[in-house]
Design a protein around this ligand. Structure first.
Ligand code: B4P
Length: 188
């Protein structure tokens, strides 16, 4: 977890490789579908471009299908999911059906000024439609409104681990691996 620009996608790819599990990024799956102009992509695009969340029913069904694939049978890393209370409930039921649970919920903490700067840089480099100044601000607000409350939910379950997401990417990676190791997630 972490606000847009916290480094979720950046870290997820490295960490998943280290743990030898697939990184399941809802943002990436949506973007692939947008590029391929699938029906899911067309539907998701109008929400993403506005900086809004794609509706829960669409997102939940997509994650359920992805986690049913064979490569996720022995474990997975979720990047950008769950983001709403309804997604937490749906993930809980998916995990219960599998007879498994989460090892840890990682929260990357960053200053708001830093994430705005990162996303503005990415806008210059990659031209993502949801990285304009107005949409970046809106995405931060949506995160504060709909996703930040999940921190308390997972903290209450004793699963939350906070990692400082400021500084160079490889330093953040080292911090993440250290806390996951302490939480027992890297070993399981
Ligand atoms: P995401 O793809 O998850 O995008 P994000 O929140 O912007 O995070 P992110 O992973 O980009 O980027 P990162 O922080 O790694 O979601 C995009 C959209 O998809 C959402 O707005 C929503 O519409 C939809 N969506 C996704 N999941 C959903 C869900 N569950 N429910 C509903 N809708 C959903 O990196 C940002 C930039 O910072 C990069 O350029 C990176 O290179 C840079 N960076 C990273 N770490 C850095 C560091 N330590 N120092 C300097 N730069 C760094």
């Amino acid at each position: 977890m972490g606000p847009p620009g916290a480094g979720k996608g950046t870290q997820a790819k490295v960490i998943a490789q280290r743990l030898a599990v697939p990184a399941v990024s809802t943002g990436d799956i949506f973007r692939v579908n947008v590029t391929q102009r699938t029906e899911l992509g067309r539907e998701a695009k109008r929400y993403m471009d506005a900086g809004d969340y794609v509706p829960d029913a669409i997102t939940n069904a997509m994650v359920r299908a992805r986690l049913a694939e064979p490569d996720a049978a022995d474990g997975f890393l979720l990047d950008g999911y769950p983001r709403t209370v309804s997604q937490v409930e749906e993930l809980d039921s998916m995990l219960a059906e599998r007879g498994s649970g989460l090892d840890a919920v990682l929260l990357l903490t960053v200053d708001r000024d830093e994430v705005v700067e990162r996303l503005a840089r990415r806008a210059r480099d990659e031209g993502r439609a949801d990285d304009t100044v107005e949409v970046i601000g809106h995405r931060q607000d949506v995160y504060a409104d709909q996703t930040a409350p999940l921190v308390e939910v997972y903290d209450g379950r004793g699963l939350l681990v906070r990692v400082d997401g400021m500084g160079p990417v490889d330093e953040v990676t080292s911090r993440v691996l250290r806390v996951l190791d302490q939480a027992g997630a890297a070993a399981s």
